[in-house]
Design a protein around this ligand. Structure first.
Ligand SMILES: C[S@@+](CC[C@H](N)C(=O)[O-])C[C@H]1O[C@@H](n2cnc3c(N)ncnc32)[C@H](O)[C@@H]1O
Length: 327
C-alpha cells in the first residue's frame, strides 16, 4: 500500500518552520511529515512514536539529516517528560499508519489474518483479543457505538459473546467472520471496518492519549510555537476543537445546563488563526480515500502559563485500566 502523508502541504504551511527552529513530529509513522519538514527549512525534527517498529525508517532519516533528526520511542502524551522543551512546532497525525495496517501479525486489519492484537506499543496492556473475550455485551456495545459509530452495535456485541462461548476468538479473521455474519455484506465498506476501528481506539486509549498529548504540547511549546493536529474521527476533532477554544479563552459547548459565560479564567495560552480548521482538497480525497474524513486544526502558543484545568471531555466508556484489572 502506498503511503500518502495526509494534508502535507497544509501541515507544512501551518507549521511554517524557519531556519534554526525545532519541531516535534509526535506521530512519526512512516516519516512522511518529518522528512518534508526537514526539507522545508534548515530546522530540526524530533520524531516520537509509541511503536518501536518505526526505528529502521528513523535510522534512514538520521543518516540523511544527521543531528537535525532524532527519534524517541514514547507515546506523545509524555512529550514533556523526555527532555524536550521550548519547541517551535508540534504536529500530531492521529491513528494507525499504512505500515501497521500492512503487517498481518499486528492484528489491525480485517483484510489480513493475524493475531487479534492491535497494540501500537506491541507490549504491555490488554489486546483486542482480551477485549472481545472478556468484556460484557453492554461494554462492547458502548465501544462499538462510541468509538466505531456502529449503528447495530448491540447486535454485533451479542453475536461476539455467543460466538466466544463456542470457541475462543483468536485471529482477525475470526472476528471479521463473526461481524460479517452478524451484519451481512452491504455496500463497498467491509462490515467489520467500524468494529475494528473501535477496538483499535479502545486498546490504544487513543482519545485519552490525544487529550494528554495536547496538554503536553502546551507545556513544551515556546511562545509563538504552532500546534497542528490532523484527526480522522469526529470524537477526536471534538477533543481538539474544545481544547483549542478553551485555551484561546472561548468557552466551547454552551448548553441549557452550562450556558456559555464570559471567560474570566486564566489568560489564553493559545490564539487561533482566522481559519483554524482545514479539510483536504478534492484532489487529495480522490487520490487517497483515507484522507476523506481528515480535519486539520492549528493554534499558536502565547506567553501565558499553561492551563491546569482537567477539561478532558472523554465519553463514558469502560477504560482500558478497568479491563486490565480484570485480566
Ligand atoms: C497516521 S501514522 C503517522 C504518519 C506520518 N504522519 C507520516 O507522514 O508518515 C500514525 C503513527 O503515530 C503513531 N502513534 C499513534 N498514537 C500515538 C501516540 N499516542 N504516541 C506516539 N505515537 C503514536 C502510530 O504508531 C503510527 O506510527
Amino acid at each position: 500500500m502506498k503511503h500518502y502523508p495526509v494534508m502535507l502541504p497544509e501541515v507544512l504551511s501551518s507549521l511554517s518552520m524557519a531556519d534554526g527552529e525545532t519541531c516535534v513530529d509526535g506521530t512519526f509513522g512512516n516519516g512522511g511529515y518529518s522528512e518534508a519538514i526537514l526539507n522545508s527549512a534548515a530546522c530540526s525534527v524530533i520524531g516520537l512514536d509509541r511503536d518501536p517498529n518505526v526505528q529502521p525508517r528513523a535510522d534512514e532519516l538520521a543518516t540523511a539529516y544527521g543531528d537535525s533528526f532524532r527519534l524517541i520511542n514514547t507515546p506523545f502524551s509524555k512529550m514533556d517528560k523526555v527532555g524536550i522543551d521550548r519547541v517551535d512546532g508540534v504536529v500530531l497525525d492521529i491513528g494507525v499508519s499504512s505500515m501497521q495496517l500492512d503487517q498481518a501479525e499486528r492484528g489491525f486489519s480485517f483484510m489480513r489474518e493475524g493475531p487479534l492484537d492491535m497494540r501500537m506499543e506491541q507490549g504491555g496492556g490488554p489486546t483486542a483479543r482480551d477485549a472481545v473475550m472478556a468484556l460484557s455485551v453492554s461494554e462492547l456495545t458502548r465501544i462499538f457505538q462510541v468509538y466505531g459509530e456502529e449503528k447495530r452495535a448491540r447486535h454485533v456485541a451479542n453475536c461476539i459473546v455467543s460466538a466466544r462461548e463456542d470457541s475462543d476468538i483468536v485471529t482477525t479473521a475470526d472476528l471479521a467472520g463473526i461481524v460479517e455474519r452478524a451484519l451481512g455484506r452491504r455496500g463497498k465498506t467491509h462490515p467489520a471496518t467500524r468494529v475494528f476501528q473501535a477496538l483499535r481506539i479502545f486498546v490504544n486509549d487513543e482519545l485519552g492519549e490525544l487529550y494528554l498529548g495536547l496538554c503536553a504540547a502546551e507545556r513544551i511549546l515556546a511562545p509563538g510555537g504552532r500546534l497542528v493536529v490532523v484527526t480522522f474521527h469526529s470524537l477526536e476533532d471534538r477533543i481538539v476543537k474544545s481544547f483549542f477554544r478553551r485555551r484561546a479563552g472561548e468557552v466551547a459547548g454552551g448548553s441549557r445546563y452550562a450556558p456559555e459565560v464570559e471567560n474570566n479564567g486564566p489568560a489564553a495560552s493559545f490564539t487561533l488563526p482566522k481559519r483554524s480548521v482545514t479539510k483536504p482538497s478534492k484532489t487529495e480525497v480522490e487520490e487517497n480515500a483515507r484522507s476523506r474524513s481528515a480535519k486539520l486544526r492549528v493554534a499558536v502558543r502565547t506567553e501565558a502559563d499553561v492551563f491546569e484545568a482537567d477539561d478532558r471531555l472523554l465519553p463514558n466508556v469502560i477504560s482500558l485500566s478497568e479491563l486490565e484489572a480484570r485480566l
